[in-house]
Design a protein around this ligand. Sequence first.
Ligand SMILES: [Zn+2]
Length: 305
Amino acid sequence: MEIAEFKSAYPSMTVPMGCPCGSRFWIPIKPKERFGIPVKFAICFKCGHTFARYVMNDVALDQFYSSSLYRNLYGTLSVQEHIDKLHVPEKTRTPLWQIAEPFLKDKIGNIVEWGSSGGWNLIPFRDFGHNVLGLDVSSPYIEAGRKTYNLRLELINENTLKDLSGTQFDVIILNHVLEHLVDAEGLLKQLIAVSSKESVFIIGLPTIESTQDYGFNNFFTVAHIHYFSKHSLTSALNRLGLSLIETHRTHGGLTFVAKQSDVLNRKFNVYRFVYSAYQISSRYLKFFLRRSARKLLEATGLYNG
Ligand SMILES: [Zn+2]
C-alpha cells in the first residue's frame, strides 16, 4: 500500500480511543501526524495526557508493522545492521545503566526488559555482573541479539507473565515501548503484579518535553499512540500504584524511575492540562514562526534552501 492510499483508508481501519484515565473531556490539538495520516491528537483535560484519538484495529496494526510501507517510512537498516550498530563495547556506562546503577549496588540484580528488541540496552547490565532477561515480540531481533550479544532473550508468549512471577526482579525496564501500545496501562498493571515493593521500574518515553529532539512536525507519528508529559505520566503511575522517584533527560525523551508506593496522589489537578497545552502550543508557535519566516525569505529570494 502506498502512503496516499493508506491515508485515505486510515479512518476505515481505526477505532476511537479515549484517555486511559477514563475522562471524556479532552481538546483536539492536531488533526494529522507527520506523514499526513488523520490520527487526530487530543489533550485530556483531567490528566494532561496527549494521545491519538483514532488508533488502528488489531488486524490493521499487524498489517502495518509487517508492511513495506512501514519500512519505507521508518528507516531502512536490516536487523543485523541495527544490532551491529548498537553493539556497545564491554562495560560501557550507557545512560540507562547509569540510571539503574544506584539501585544495584552491592548485589547481583535480576533485570528484565520488556520490549528489549535485540537486547542492546542489557549489554552493560550483563557486563557489570547482573542477571538479565530481554523479552520481545520480534523473533528476528531476538535471534540476532542472542547470536551477536550472547544475551538471554526470549520471545513474548501467553505464558511470559506467569513465568516472570517466579523471579524477584530488581529492575524492570520499559524503554520506548509504552508509547506504541493501545493499552499501555494494561501492560504496566501486569508487570506491577509480578513485581515486588523493592522492584524499580525504569521507563523511557518520547515525552512532549522533548519535542525539539524530533522537530514539532516530526514528533507526532502514527506509530506512537501516547505522548506523556512528566505530569501525565505521574498521574498514570499513581493510578496504578506506582510513584515517581526520579526523572532523567535522555536522548529522545525522558526516563523515569518509579516504585510501588502507598503514598499516591489521585486528585484532579488542572495544572497537568495547562502544562501539556503550554508545552505543545509553545513548540507549535516556534515551529510556525520559523516556517513562516522561511517562506517569506524564500518568496523574497533572500533564502533558498
Ligand atoms: Zn486523562
